[in-house]
Design a protein around this ligand. Structure first.
Ligand code: BG6
Length: 520
């Protein structure tokens, strides 16, 4: 029997289905007073705990430079959960005291060897008193400039078991946040530095988009339905579009974003990972290595856009003042801490080609931007036109192509655009949508990506984390574009008003070949 639509109300604390229990562990969060810890990591851990998924023997140590007692740190975290995850708080407040007891604060500078020695003593003691069994999960939620220091200190303090000793007396793993490097050379250097202390299987590079249900559903949708696979190739697909549009601007993050820009921030990781899931070959099994082999393979098959090729296949943009949701919003250059002459990209559109048998000749368009008219992340698979010989639309002489839209957020789901006959005497075609939405079909809250990813790292499943070769393949595509931009003056900036779909050149890149961006 197929699953029927349920009217059950989603709740904040639905249980994630897992087959294996999470093992006891000492989690150490470096950068424990930072934004990521407060907005994402602690709410995710608290939610896992409230669902009964964390084992009794699990401790969380917040490591940071600022001065806190365990109590004052717990109070800060509580305020963050209340602020950033109000639904979770409403439902799970009663679980807070138990969760808070797991948390301790460890004050130290990152370059202070003694602080790490004391950390080791503390964690070893927890192994004895709290039953954490020697298992360690480190989370690098610090600015990337400190990654190497922290990793080296961990190594020197004997906090990492490596080589053949890796899993004796417990596992050691490290989650590394993005940005992972700022170009190919720095990503390679970071990989090398990490691997002086950790083995590749111990390194979990996070791309939180892979933790999103709907991104994982790209995989299931493709490989659990016979309907689509025969059409999933250059014979039937005309073009593929990945859109990652945000309404937010740079907000208070100029310190990071003005150096990064949208190409690094959103395309190198999130957009290319989604593209890889759309375009990869079926893996042999669901193991982390088989899935990542296929993703890395297809990323390597993308032809890098280099030199003057960028003029035709890359558009960079930066927003000017405009309107969003009926309100005036400032230009990028007028945002706090952005230099008045900044040429940082807040929008980028790309046309990529995958040189393999499946996809030869099919353009893959990516566009990512801040201050777009709506927040939407989706992938559109646009099929070739049907022969326009038999049927016309009511208003035009061409019928629309079939389109599959995988909606990652918001209104998570999948829709298919089909041609149907409207009632009446005339045999003509009207475009209609067939929709599946998570909310109505599953009647469950969609869990935050970090819950899933932290759980997977605790369970030792790296399938939803990026491997060294994938990250390097991504940077191999991004770096020549960055180099071209550095060597060539930016277009006149700003070149799109906030609240629009980016510069005209982004439309032209697509319309030049008789196509269009798929905006619903
Ligand atoms: C982050 C980027 O990785 O993803 C941010 O650094 C961006 O700039 C964010 O806003 C978007 O994530 P989400 O989950 O809100 O789509």
């Amino acid at each position: 029997m197929p699953d029927t639509i349920t009217s059950e109300q989603p709740t904040a604390v639905d249980t994630l289905l897992i087959e294996r229990p999470i093992p006891p562990c000492n989690i150490v969060i470096f950068g424990a007073t930072g934004d990521l810890t407060h907005r994402k990591l602690i709410p995710a851990l608290f939610s896992l705990d409230a669902q009964g998924l964390l084992p009794d023997h699990l401790k969380i140590t917040g490591f940071a430079r600022r001065e806190f007692s365990d109590h004052s740190f717990r109070d800060e975290l509580k305020a963050s959960v209340q602020e950033y995850a109000p639904d979770l708080w409403k439902e799970a407040e009663a679980s807070w005291i138990k969760f808070a007891k797991r948390v301790v604060f460890h004050r130290s500078d990152f370059d202070n060897a003694q602080g790490f020695t004391w950390l080791k003593e503390r964690l070893d003691r927890f192994d004895q008193t709290e039953g954490t069994l020697g298992n360690r999960l480190y989370y690098l939620a610090t600015p990337p400039s400190t990654y190497t220091t922290v990793v080296q200190q961990l190594g020197k303090a004997g906090l990492v078991r490596g080589g053949t000793d890796k899993d004796s007396d417990g596992f050691t793993r490290i989650i590394v946040e993005k940005p992972f490097g700022s170009d190919l050379a720095s990503a390679r250097a970071l990989n090398a530095e990490l691997k002086q202390v950790f083995d590749e299987e111990q390194i979990y590079r996070i791309d939180h988009y892979l933790g999103k249900e709907t991104v994982q559903n790209i995989f299931v949708f493709r490989f659990a339905n016979l309907l689509f696979e025969p059409l999933w190739n250059c014979k039937y697909v005309d073009n593929v579009q990945v859109t990652v549009a945000e309404t937010v601007g740079v907000e208070q993050r100029a310190g990071y974003f003005d150096h990064a820009g949208e190409l690094r921030d959103m395309v190198q990781s999130h957009a290319l990972q989604m593209l890889a899931l759309i375009a990869m070959e079926p893996p042999n099994t669901l193991s982390a290595s088989d899935i990542r082999d296929e993703k890395a393979k297809v990323l390597r098959a993308i032809t890098p856009v280099v030199g003057s090729g960028c003029n035709d296949c890359v558009v960079r943009g930066q927003y000017g003042a405009g309107q969003l949701g009926g309100k005036d919003v400032p230009s990028y250059r007028d945002e706090p801490n952005v230099p008045a002459d900044s040429v940082t990209d807040s929008f980028v559109a790309l046309k990529l080609e995958i040189k393999n048998w499946r996809w030869a000749g099919v353009p893959f368009y990516i566009r990512a931007g801040k201050r777009m008219p709506e927040r939407v992340t989706e992938v559109n698979i646009i099929f070739k036109d049907i022969p326009q010989v038999l049927l016309a639309t009511e208003t035009d002489d061409t019928a629309e192509p079939n389109v599959i839209t995988i909606r990652v957020q918001p209104n998570e789901g999948i829709s298919m655009r089909l041609g149907a006959k409207p009632p009446g005497q005339k045999t003509v075609v009207r475009a209609v949508d067939m929709n599946f939405t998570y909310g109505t079909s599953f009647g469950q809250r969609i869990h935050d990506a970090y819950e899933r990813l932290i759980m997977d790292a605790l369970l030792g499943d790296a399938a939803l984390f990026t491997r060294d070769d994938e990250v390097e393949a991504e940077w191999g595509l991004i770096t020549p574009i960055l180099e071209h931009w550095a060597a060539n003056p930016a277009p006149e900036l700003p070149n799109y008003p906030a609240g629009t779909w980016g510069p005209d050149a982004a439309d032209k890149m697509v319309t030049d070949s008789g196509r269009k961006w798929w905006n619903r």
